[in-house]
Write a protein that binds this ligand. Structure first.
Ligand code: NAX
Ligand code: ADP
Ligand code: K
Length: 508
């Protein structure tokens, strides 16, 4: 896992690295500037382009000065220039050192004291090194004017560390003034807010570059915010073993579907099979039985007739996934109530089962500890009340998982997984081609299958969300511009999972 840190913790990480590597702060700045330049030149490789770097007078500005020198002297960008916003008397020591160093190069440097002094900008690319992680209040005054001005030019802007005016954590005010950057090259780790939807006001794309901050130190800060990486999933995966049989991999029950929404049940149950559950039974309406048998003969059925609740032998099942296409009528309520009051092992609750829960609060007390709720944003707000923004949702999720001792999967780009020990895991796979009906049903099937195979609830959530997104990434066109169908994601699962398991077995 990569810990995602607050601005204060990032500063602590920088200071610790400076003191213990040891490295001088100006050398760390040099390393950061080099890492930025490497990524920048890979994306904007035409050295004949004119590049202007707008620098503040703190360390973000210091980075900008070092970047100007390195681009010019080491990378051959001869049309690089620098403009320094002298909005205050203060300047950091490393800024001053880098200004001296820049004076020995051919890079033209000018300074301005008010945004009004600026004429039209002719450079093709603007590098934003005005303010970084040191932002301590929303932009106002000259900074606000300058950022408005830069945004109005509608040039390609590349931000150093964070777009000026964008706060790395906390509620994002969509009205706040922020640089709108085409690319943000950030140091060491994405900032927490890069992974929330409102970041789209300031960031189109981001990438993180390693600047050698002490990893052991940042791990022991024990941040509640974590970014899931492939190696975490490889570590969790349980490849099939010799001499195992279907009983080894659990028996999952998928409770889903109505006559008109049988597709949801089929997508969910088939994903459960493809994720490796030893046995999968689907509890479906009579009307869907033929469809089920034709769609995937591996799935067994418990048939729901009329409005009655079917007999279920609770002891037979390792886990259950409930909700896709289930509807919210009285028979669905009765079935969900029967499950939650009779079954004590963790279950996966999705879609209509979540909507029933939202409308019947007394049922919450019956949800088995360790269960997994998989709401998208609207379902989340139905369950826990309206939220003004995603930061608020993350904080509610953190509070609710601890209160109810459950896991919550808040679905999105960078799906967020909240676990009862008070952690938020941000997923790093999936893409917009997956934004299509039925994709969540597949996810529920995957997570149910992992629970059946004795993954802990937290592992089932983290690995399930990752694998779902990975299969979608493996299938999407390189530009991610067209849809990937849920059925195809399901069919891809064994290959995607198998590839990770092969890495595990071969020691990578
Ligand atoms: N040694 C280090 O600590 C490293 C820092 N690095 C760079 O340093 C940056 C952080 O530098 P700083 O802490 O100097 O902070 P910034 O350069 O982000 O900001 C400079 C100063 O501006 C002032 N300020 C904050 N918000 C303002 C606002 N809304 N309006 C007007 N002024 C405002 C603050 O006094 C702040 O200290 C990082 O984003 C990164 O780019 C990198 O060089 C890596 C190493
Ligand atoms: N833009 C996107 N980027 C990444 N993943 C996405 C995107 N849109 C949807 N997904 C994924 O697809 C799934 C959609 O779930 P959901 O909204 O419940 O779909 P449905 O109810 O139609 O099955 C989630 O796992 C979500 O993370
Ligand atoms: K910046």
């Amino acid at each position: 896992m990569q810990p995602l840190l607050t601005a204060r913790q990032i500063h602590e990480g920088d200071s610790y690295t400076i003191a213990h590597e040891p490295i001088s702060s100006v050398d760390l700045m040099e390393r950061a500037a080099k890492a930025f330049v490497k990524a920048f030149t890979e994306h904007y490789s035409n050295t004949a382009q004119s590049v202007i770097i707008y620098c503040g007078t703190g360390n973000n500005g210091g980075d900008g000065l070092a970047i100007a020198r390195i681009l010019n002297e080491q990378e051959g960008y001869h049309k690089v220039s620098v403009k320094i916003a002298r909005f205050s008397e203060k300047a950091s020591d490393d800024f001053n050192v880098n200004l001296q160093r820049l004076r020995h190069t051919e890079v033209p440097v000018s300074e301005f004291k008010t945004a009004d002094e600026l004429g039209l900008e002719s450079a093709e690319i603007i590098i934003d090194a005005l303010l970084g992680n040191g932002l301590n209040k929303p932009l106002e005054g000259e900074y606000q004017k300058l950022v408005h001005q830069i945004n109005e030019w509608k040039k390609t802007v590349v931000a150093v560390d964070v777009p000026t005016g964008f706060a790395g954590e906390g509620e994002i005010d969509s009205e706040a003034t922020m640089i709108k950057a085409e690319l943000t090259i950030t140091f060491q780790q994405p900032k927490i807010n890069f992974l929330l939807p409102e970041s789209k006001y300031a960031l189109k794309n981001w990438l993180a570059v390693d600047i050698g901050i002490d990893g052991e130190f940042t791990q022991q800060l024990n941040s509640p915010y974590q970014y899931v990486e492939e190696s975490d999933i490889i570590y969790m995966l349980k490849p099939r073993e010799r001499f195992s049989n279907k009983g080894t991999y659990g028996h999952a029950l998928i409770v889903a579907g109505q006559a008109k929404t049988m597709g949801a049940a089929l997508l969910c149950a088939s994903a459960c099979v493809q994720t490796g559950a030893g046995l999968t039974t689907a509890c479906i309406p009579q009307a869907g039985l033929t469809a089920l048998n034709c769609y995937m003969p591996e799935i067994m059925a418990i048939v729901r007739e009329g409005n009655g609740t079917p007999e279920i032998d609770w002891s037979k099942f390792s886990t259950m996934g409930i909700g896709p296409g289930l509807g919210k009528d009285d028979s669905s309520l009765a079935l969900l109530t029967a499950i939650l009051t009779n079954y004590t092992k963790p279950v996966v609750v999705d879609a209509d089962a979540l909507n029933i829960l939202a409308e019947h609060r007394p049922l919450w007390a019956c949800v088995p500890k360790g269960s997994i709720l998989t709401p998208h944003m609207k379902e989340f707000d139905r369950l826990f009340g309206e939220h003004k923004n995603w930061w608020q949702r993350t904080q509610t999720a953190l509070q609710k998982v601890q209160e109810l001792q459950i896991c919550i999967i808040l679905k999105n780009d960078y799906t967020i997984i909240a676990t009862p020990e008070g952690k938020l895991y941000f997923n790093s796979t999936s893409n917009a081609a997956m934004a299509t009906g039925g994709m969540g049903d597949v996810l529920t099937g995957i997570i149910t299958a992992l629970l059946a195979q004795k993954y802990t609830p937290a592992e089932a959530c983290i690995a399930g969300v990752y694998l779902h997104g990975m299969a979608g990434d493996d299938l999407a066109l390189p530009n991610k511009l067209m849809v990937v169908l849920p059925e195809k994601v399901t069919a891809q699962l064994p290959a995607s999972m198998g590839a990770l398991m092969a890495k595990k077995i071969s020691g990578f």
